[in-house]
Design a protein around this ligand. Structure first.
Ligand code: AHG
Ligand code: MN
Ligand code: MN
Length: 346
């Protein structure tokens, strides 16, 4: 039997691969890991709490009002990170403003965490996979001071680590510190994440495309043409491709990491910057997918090279197998000037 490697053992054994001083990554990840386990426990009883034990608005045993799972996940992550004191600030999809710790040891924290605590929240009620996305940056300002805007608005190229947790048929934590990507599956019987997917690689080609085709009429011409290309028949390339759209970005990207494929959330007529958030969703997943040999762009520019201008900034996202993203980008380029003219033709 192969020896089981736990997440903690992995970090100790591979310390030399990580751009962190000894113990830092382990403490940061243990905060995230702990929050993930607590969220996982809540996700697993979501139906019980809402439908059997009392609907939202009810109080739990400690007399606290039950929170929506995304607020709950946000609080768990913030509390766990605050307790570890490696982090001086947190940016979260759930908070309008950044959280910059202004007292105690946290002022000396060297890192910033950006996160989407609960991704795919529309899938909570229907028992479909959801996730947590996080990224870690080194602070730019002086340790001992309160973190500033320059600490939070860093480009993806300055990331030191990123990862996601997927609460699926099993719960996994997948992360990268810039030396490839490794996936760990939670063994629920002992509450330990074990290395199950070492050195994950996104297949160069894939046969699945994920996009919310309900928005088709509002897509740029290049995306419309790419979808038609995916639906064309071609024995050599395996087309028509299969369409798969979960509606949880983490789950769609995770599937494509393993099986190959492309996920697209383009600009639409009503949302010219798309829907997904640059700092909480696009940059961390771009980092992981690139580390696994795939590509991530906004249809034109590499996601990691974009410098965020404001916290909750959105950008379009084309992410997944290298050859598929290349192809979609070629369509975007070819039809960039005709978009407006033929906008409502199809
Ligand atoms: P969140 O739950 O964090 O707000 O993210 C939802 C995102 C993403 O997970 C998913 O792929 C996308 O929204 C789905 O959007 P549409 O329903 O517009 O397709
Ligand atoms: Mn999300
Ligand atoms: Mn979210």
């Amino acid at each position: 039997m192969n020896r089981v490697v736990t997440l903690s053992e992995f970090i100790v054994e591979r310390q030399a691969d990580f751009p962190f001083a000894k113990g830092e990554l382990s403490r940061l990840l243990s905060a995230i890991r702990l929050a993930a386990k607590v969220v996982n426990r809540e996700v697993n009883k979501a139906g019980l709490v809402d439908d059997i034990l009392g609907s939202s608005g009810a109080e739990n045993i400690q007399g606290e009002v039950q929170q929506k799972l995304d607020v709950y996940a946000n609080n768990q992550m913030i509390n766990a990170l605050r307790a570890q004191q490696e982090v001086c600030g947190i940016g979260s999809e759930e908070n309008d403003e950044v959280i910059a710790f202004d007292k105690g040891q946290a002022l000396w924290g060297k890192y910033i965490v950006m996160m989407d605590p609960l991704d795919g929240s529309s899938n909570i009620d229907v028992n479909v996979s959801i996730g947590t996305i996080f990224s870690i940056y080194r602070r730019k300002s002086k340790a001992g001071t309160v973190a500033t805007a320059e600490d939070f608005l860093q480009p993806g190229l300055d990331l030191v680590a990123a990862g996601y947790v997927i609460y699926g048929s099993s719960t996994m934590l997948v992360f990268s510190t810039g030396n490839g990507v490794n996936g760990f599956t939670l063994d629920p019987s002992i509450g330990v994440f074990c290395l199950s997917h070492p050195n994950m690689r996104v297949p160069k080609d894939g046969r699945m495309y994920s996009i919310n085709e309900g928005n088709y009429r509002q897509f740029p011409e290049g995306v419309k043409r790419y979808i038609k290309y995916c639906q064309d028949e071609d024995a050599a390339t395996g087309r028509p491709y299969t369409s798969r759209y979960i509606g949880s970005l983490v789950a769609d990207v995770h599937r494509n990491m393993i099986k190959g494929g492309i996920y697209i959330y383009p600009s639409t007529g009503s949302n010219p910057d798309g829907k997904l958030r640059l700092m909480y969703e696009n940059i961390p997943l771009a980092f992981i997918v690139e580390q696994a040999g795939g590509r991530a762009t906004d249809g034109k520019n590499r996601i990691l090279s974009l410098t965020p201008e404001h916290l909750h900034q959105r950008t379009p996202l084309f992410i997944g197998s290298k050859n598929m993203v290349d192809k979609a980008e070629a369509f975007m380029e070819e039809y960039s000037s005709t978009s407006a003219a033929v906008k409502n033709e199809n």
